[in-house]
Write a protein that binds this ligand. Structure first.
Ligand code: CDP
Ligand code: CDP
Length: 214
């Protein structure tokens, strides 16, 4: 492939974006950026420094000082971190501080796979292929519950379902870069798909769009 390839993966919490984006990045030999990690890092730093998560100016300052070293800690993965991430992610100064880095990542020579909430709508509106990954809230909560159970934690499906719905509402309801499919995104509902089927379906969508573009 001579030309670069930018693949934008968006969707709600626990839809399977990360799992899919990682497999696609391996399959198409592209660098991968999990943009949720940036917001999780900011939420964590704000919390640790006692900064009000609802303060746009103070959290924006933290976002401008974010460094790679802040991002490689396992606690960033959990629910608390996701909740803090979605609270700081509503602030325009926080989102602005991350724009250049994300766009520069996508503009690399080979292209890239990015996953998040606003990749197809705001960060990479010109992406070659956009996929909006969804699944019912019940299926997503079940997947997160199973993930925790596999790590030996007690299954708490009802609580996790409530959290998933709360985060969906905050991400879709915010004024700046709300969670929504780009007009030209392919919808991929994985409610009834295993990981392999979702991956094969996505490859089919991508290969078809690339053939059309040639
Ligand atoms: O990145 P995002 O929060 O959207 O989701 P993920 O972390 O990639 O996936 C959440 C969980 O769902 C993981 O445990 C995946 O293995 C699982 N999953 C699945 O069971 N079936 C799929 N089609 C996709 C993901
Ligand atoms: O993996 P999961 O879908 O649970 O969350 P994530 O992708 O790590 O994102 C955590 C939170 O960061 C989301 O709930 C969003 O509020 C925010 N986020 C965002 O606003 N824009 C992005 N491009 C990525 C994440």
């Amino acid at each position: 492939r001579a030309k670069s390839l930018v693949i934008a993966i968006d969707g709600p919490a626990a839809a399977g974006k990360g799992t899919l984006a990682k497999r696609l990045s391996e399959h198409y030999h592209l660098p991968y950026l999990d943009t949720g990690l940036l917001y999780r890092g900011i939420g964590k730093l704000a919390f640790e420094r006692g900064v009000d998560l609802d303060d746009p100016v103070a959290t924006g300052e933290i976002a401008r000082g974010l460094e790679p070293a802040h991002l490689d800690e396992p606690p960033l993965r959990g629910h608390e971190a996701g909740e803090r991430a979605s609270r700081v992610a509503v602030h325009p100064p926080v989102r602005q501080a991350l724009e250049d880095f994300q766009r520069a990542f996508a503009a690399g020579p080979k292209g890239a796979v990015l996953d998040g909430r606003d990749i197809g709508t705001v960060i990479c509106p010109g992406a070659d292929v956009k996929i909006f990954v969804t699944a019912s809230a019940e299926v997503r909560a079940r997947r997160r519950t199973d993930e925790l159970a596999a790590k030996g934690r007690p299954p708490e499906y009802e609580r996790i379902l409530a959290e998933v719905k709360e985060r969906d509402a905050r991400d879709a309801g915010r004024a700046t870069a709300p969670l929504k499919p780009a007009a030209d995104a392919h919808l991929l509902d994985t409610s009834e798909m295993d990981i392999e089927t979702a991956f094969q379906t996505a490859c089919g969508l991508i290969d078809r769009s690339l053939n059309r573009a040639e």
